[in-house]
Structure formats: structure tokens, C-alpha cells
Ligand binder design. Structure first.
Ligand SMILES: [Ca+2]
Length: 72
């Protein structure tokens, strides 16, 4: 899973992604991330966004939360 990223890269991406909680509800979903990424012209694809969300989405609700973290 997530072969494209190292744990460090995933952690960095998550830290970036959680800063883009557009509606302020404490979670960041794919739609919010894609909107932000498109605005920033970041070189991140929808697949990559979904990968990061899947890795951190510990409760399987399709969103990242600021408290999500990688298991050790
Ligand atoms: Ca949100």
C-alpha cells in the first residue's frame, strides 16, 4: 500500500492537507483537497490524494482529521 510515498512523505502530505479544511469542520475530504491542490497548482494527482486519505483514514469515513496519524 502507498508504495509511491515513504512514511515521511505521507506524514508531510497529511500535515499539508489538514491545513486545507475549507469548511472548518476538522476533517479534510477528497473534494476539499482536490480544490486546494488545484488552486495551488500542486503536482499531486487525485490518485495520490486518495492514497494519502486511505492511509490516514483510520475510521474509514473518507476524510482526514488533524489527529489522524500513521500507526507505528
Ligand atoms: Ca472539512
Amino acid at each position: 500500500m502507498a508504495d509511491a510515498f515513504s512514511r515521511e512523505e505521507l506524514s508531510d502530505l497529511k500535515d499539508v492537507f489538514v491545513q486545507h479544511d475549507a469548511d472548518g469542520d476538522g476533517t479534510v475530504n477528497t473534494a476539499e483537497l482536490l480544490k486546494t491542490i488545484n488552486a495551488l497548482d500542486e503536482l499531486v494527482t487525485k490518485d495520490e490524494v486518495e492514497t494519502v486519505i486511505q492511509v490516514f483514514d483510520t475510521d474509514n469515513d473518507g476524510s482526514l482529521t488533524s489527529t489522524s496519524s500513521l500507526g507505528s
